[in-house]
Design a protein around this ligand. Structure first.
Ligand code: NDP
Length: 262
């Protein structure tokens, strides 16, 4: 699916929200969605980064985006309801959401998972997505066909030593997608997961500090499956978990926790 290259108007007239849009894969997804005609709503924690993406979108000739500064760590149900009301008022529709923001948390032995650390990772990677999905669903249903894409990981499908809260949060993400997709069948709103696979970003560098970044695909190189799931070519796809880099051989580098223990 990496070689999916749709026409530049694939997402024309669609309004798409991207969480964690200021950096890494989310930044690139925002730019790619915009390049394919979408009006992108940029949600993230660091306003400066969101403003930079906003400027890049305008510079590349994309529709004028919007910015929602929000720290998912502290956001409440009311924040998501208010956000939905603003989107309804400003755009009158929402055709897609890419839940991309994520926290790696601390890697280390299961017995060392701290309660605070667990809560932080679960808050950003799981609970915020559940609350935001609940709030956005009425708007998405009114805008159907609509697409919800959650971001998973290889460690969200097969547990791996020392990946603690992060891996468990990604299993929860897969589960949330499956439950929701089953409920949404025939509703005109579809829900799927994407596992980007090893990708050259800040998070990847934190997890594998000894790895050569040049050995990894860039976010721009994995956009095919993101565009596919957001656009109308995937209308019949619901409840699936797609590996963006299904062709990539298994990672052999050791994550930080393992490397540190050697
Ligand atoms: P980055 O760390 O590069 O970017 C993460 C983004 O999420 C940043 O824009 C960050 O904002 C935002 N974010 C983090 N915490 C919060 C928060 N509390 N509130 C709002 N926004 C927040 O990560 P990647 O681009 O690498 O990862 C994107 C997704 O892909 C994640 O879900 C990750 O788990 C997943 N993934 C990545 C892989 C990879 O190899 N890169 C492999 C498998 C899965 P800010 O910059 O302002 O902190």
């Amino acid at each position: 699916m990496l070689d999916y290259h749709p026409s530049s108007d694939l997402l024309k007239n669609k309004v798409i929200l991207v969480t964690g849009a200021g950096d890494g894969i989310g930044r690139q997804a925002a730019l790619s969605f915009g390049a394919h005609g979408a009006t992108v709503v940029l949600l993230g924690k660091t306003v400066k980064k969101l403003e930079a993406v906003y400027d890049e979108l305008l510079a590349q000739g994309s529709p004028e985006p919007a910015i929602i500064p929000l720290d998912l760590q502290g956001a409440t149900k009311q924040n998501y309801l208010d956000m939905t009301a603003t989107l309804r008022q400003q755009f009158g529709r929402l055709d897609g959401v890419l839940f991309n923001a994520g926290q790696l948390g601390a890697l280390g032995p299961f017995e060392m998972i701290g309660e605070d650390e667990w809560d932080k990772v679960m808050q950003v990677n799981v609970k915020s997505q559940m609350l935001m999905t609940q709030a956005l669903l009425p708007l998405l249903k009114d805008s159907k066909p609509a697409s919800i894409v959650y971001t998973s990981s290889g460690v969200g499908k097969r547990g791996r030593a020392y990946w603690g809260s992060y891996a468990i949060s990604k299993f929860a993400t897969e589960g949330m997608m499956q439950v929701l997709a089953a409920e949404l069948a025939d509703s005109g709103v579809r829900a799927n997961c994407i596992n980007p696979g090893a990708t050259r970003t800040g998070m990847r560098a934190r997890a594998y500090p000894a790895e050569a970044p040049s050995s990894l695909r860039t976010p721009a190189e994995i956009m095919g499956p993101y565009l596919y799931l957001m656009g109308d070519d995937s209308l019949s796809v619901n409840g699936q978990s797609i590996d963006a880099q299904g062709d990539r051989v298994a990672q052999t580098a050791q994550p930080r926790a393992q490397a540190d223990s050697q």
